[in-house]
Design a protein around this ligand. Structure first.
Ligand SMILES: C[S@@+](CC[C@H](N)C(=O)[O-])C[C@H]1O[C@@H](n2cnc3c(N)ncnc32)[C@H](O)[C@@H]1O
Length: 343
């Protein structure tokens, strides 16, 4: 490669990265308007799409041109048609990237990320300053966005459960308490696999209001109780496994220790703690997804992804012993712990 080639190549690569946020908005708006779903049965003209989405036709045309430049649609005589890449944004795809795009492009993510510099300078979250409330309160007060988030979490469990379930043997447990388990997709999948097991799904009451359909869809509603509350006050007793998936990364160390301590008070001495989170490598940089997610935790909640050493220190502070880290064939691991001393 000649120096001039590399001169062209690196600025081009970097320009594409710099445009990343705007490209994410183009894709998010396409998903929000349901463009991929509206094209699934064949090409539609710009005017048809504008009428169906209630948008300004000349501006929608400009959005469609950007989608064409991104290779998500093609322009044909019959109108716009989906490419295989654009089809991946349809809402009937199991990956539910439409939800991901809408979540990343949502006002709440977009405006908080606009303050990343402040977060890097201070170590503080941006979300509470920008919106005048914590992200969890915002989700409660904006139920459409709360629903979008909960559905995206459910889709994330669907994507990972085939990696998590074979990695860990739940057969020695009688009751699994899923602490802040959202709509219960992972707990439901575990109960489906172990027909003698019972479950308790714990989360904020307004989140649990959307869980019945998921549990019934998995056919486990008779073996699963739902209990609402805050994990800073109390979590249900009666389990011998306590599961926390994608919870600790939402919180800085002090609140994360406080959550673990609440869990420890509900446990019996023979209970097992099962935290499911990403474990950052200690010998080099994480992959891009994990690195960006780590910053998203900072921007939103002053939370963070953690290394094995950091999990050890968190468990020590909360009165647990980290017994092992079980890798799964996905981006998350199961970080098992036991009580050092019953509180
Ligand atoms: C990142 S989501 C993870 C949900 C689920 N465990 C999963 O992996 O799909 C974090 C969860 O924490 C819950 N949460 C936040 N604050 C809480 C609190 N104070 N008490 C109980 N749950 C809380 C949210 O409602 C949400 O369901």
């Amino acid at each position: 490669m000649s120096p001039s080639d590399s001169d062209r190549s690196f600025p081009d690569q970097l320009s594409r990265m710099i445009l990343g946020g705007r490209i994410a908005q183009v894709i998010a708006v396409a998903a929000e308007l349901g463009i991929p779903d509206r094209l699934k049965d064949g090409p539609r003209t710009g005017d048809e799409l504008a009428a169906a989405t209630g948008t300004h036709a000349p501006s929608l045309h400009r959005l469609m041109q950007a989608l064409a430049a991104l290779d998500l649609v093609t322009t044909e005589a019959a109108g716009y048609a989906l490419t295989p890449l654009g089809s991946a944004l349809r809402s009937d795809r199991p990956e539910r990237l439409d939800l991901f795009a809408r979540f990343v492009g949502h006002d709440s993510s977009w405006r908080s990320w606009g303050h990343l510099l402040h977060c890097i300078r201070t170590g503080e979250a941006a979300f509470p300053d920008v919106f005048g409330m914590q992200a969890w309160e915002y989700r409660e007060q904006n139920p459409d966005f709360g629903q979008l988030f909960d559905e995206w979490m459910t889709a994330g469990s669907v994507r990972r459960q085939d990696a998590i379930l074979p990695a860990y043997d739940f057969s020695r447990f009688h009751t699994v308490v899923d602490v802040a388990g959202g709509h219960g997709q992972l707990l439901g999948a575990i109960l489906q696999r172990y027909p003698a097991l019972r479950g308790i799904l714990f989360d904020q009451p307004h989140v649990l209001a959307g869980a019945a359909g998921t549990l019934a869809g998995l056919g486990v509603q008779d073996r699963c109780t739902t209990i609402g509350g805050s994990f800073f006050d109390t979590v249900p007793t009666g389990g011998n496994a306590y599961l926390l998936k994608f919870i600790l990364h939402d919180w800085d160390d002090d609140p994360a220790v406080a959550i673990l301590q609440t869990v420890s008070r509900a446990m019996t001495p023979d209970s097992t703690l099962l935290v499911i989170d990403r474990v950052l490598p200690s010998d080099g940089p994480p992959d891009l997804n994990a690195a960006v997610m780590d910053l998203h935790m900072l921007v939103s909640f002053a939370g963070k992804e953690r290394t094995e050493l950091e999990f050890h220190s968190l468990y020590d502070r909360a009165g647990f012993r980290l017994t092992r880290i079980v890798k799964t064939a996905s981006d998350v691991s199961i970080i098992e712990g036991v009580l050092v001393e019953h509180p």
